[in-house]
Design a protein around this ligand. Structure first.
Ligand code: NAP
Length: 311
């Protein structure tokens, strides 16, 4: 039977950083990716807060991560994990097509965009409703659009859209943003970004495409309609951790609980990046998680007698 020393589930910054380190430790490593390596960074127009790199495109940065991981021997396979089962040697990972065997696992599956759940969101998905300005913004050149949310994602989306669109509304349920200060300054300084404070989205309106949104001011109770062509929903993320239940302990929001060494509650299963409970969800912190998880895997394999100790 073909057994990997470690399988890393997820090929974003955390997973690929882990693969660079397990590869260099000469542990036979497989990175198992659902769709495309790079994670959310594939949808990121530019990165300017990764130390050591002044500015780059998210996709380009991730290409380098992958090249580096493969240079040190990491293998890459595609498939969505349906099941994870302990067996006599370690774990079996079952995807739609294959069953993989491994002594240890690093879960680096990240998180997915949350939906807001208002009427029209599902019906008009891809017809003006989006979670990715980099992917879809160009369809709305010179038009009026809205971004929902007040965090880093919402402001990053709005700042990208302001260069393309005539007018960008940021619709936020409070009168205070949680986005980092530099993004707040840029958004506030933009002449074509307007804030709708204390405002919640009630409905996205349109037949074949988005034509307006119905909103409500939560302080005054006043309802209004804004004519626009697109709505970018940026209200946070949910963890991609469903397949880990009941094997691994999760927090109340479904993020994976871990020690400082990235060990989960299951022996030989480690975690890294956005899917970890209490992660700051930055590229740099995900990379740090990935490296920590990789070094912990090596130590765990040594301590378990599954690989020879170095000294
Ligand atoms: P987030 O920080 O959780 O912010 C979500 C925003 O959406 C909050 O403003 C929240 O409002 C609002 N919201 C949540 N549920 C809502 C609902 N049902 N209806 C209306 N509004 C709702 O999520 P994020 O912005 O996606 O960021 C996620 C993580 O990625 C963060 O750690 C962030 O730092 C990181 N990130 C970093 C960058 C960067 O470095 N440039 C870019 C993107 C993301 P309240 O404020 O009222 O809770």
């Amino acid at each position: 039977m073909d057994i990997y020393k470690t399988i890393i589930i997820g090929g974003g910054p955390a997973g690929l950083a882990a693969a660079i380190y397990t590869g260099r430790a000469r542990l036979r490593t497989l990175v198992l990716e659902k769709v495309a390596t790079g994670g959310q960074l594939l949808l990121t127009d530019y990165v300017e807060n990764y130390p050591g790199i002044l500015q780059t495109e998210g996709g380009r940065l991730m290409e380098t991560f992958l090249e580096q991981a493969q240079k040190f021997g990491a293998e890459l396979a595609y498939g969505e994990v349906h099941d994870l089962r302990p067996n006599a040697d370690g774990y079996e990972i079952v995807t739609g097509e294959e069953t993989y065997h491994t002594l240890s696992i690093i879960v680096a599956t990240g998180s997915s965009h949350r939906h807001i759940g208002v009427p029209g969101e599902k019906e008009l998905w891809g017809k003006g409703v989006s979670v990715c300005a980099t992917c879809d913004g160009a369809f709305f050149k010179d038009q009026i659009v809205a971004v929902i949310g007040g965090g880093d994602s919402a402001l990053t989306e709005a700042i990208f859209l302001k260069n393309l669109c005539r007018q960008v509304y940021i619709i936020h349920r409070r009168d205070e943003l949680r986005a980092e200060q530099i993004l707040q300054e840029r958004a506030i300084a933009a002449s074509n970004i307007s804030f709708c404070w204390n405002t919640v989205l009630e409905e996205i309106v349109g037949e074949k495409e988005v034509t307006s949104v119905r909103v409500k001011n939560v302080k005054t109770g006043e309802r209004s309609e804004i004519a626009l062509s697109a709505v970018f929903v940026a209200i946070g993320m949910t963890p991609n951790s469903g397949f880990l239940r009941p094997l691994v302990k999760l927090d109340e929001n479904g993020f994976v609980l871990a020690t400082h060494q990235m060990a989960t509650s299951a022996p030989g299963i480690f975690v890294a990046g956005d899917v970890r409970s209490a992660s700051y969800r930055q590229i740099a912190t995900s990379v740090g998680d990935g490296v920590t998880a990789a070094m912990s895997v090596e130590l765990w394999l040594e301590n378990s007698g599954l690989i020879p100790a170095l000294k």
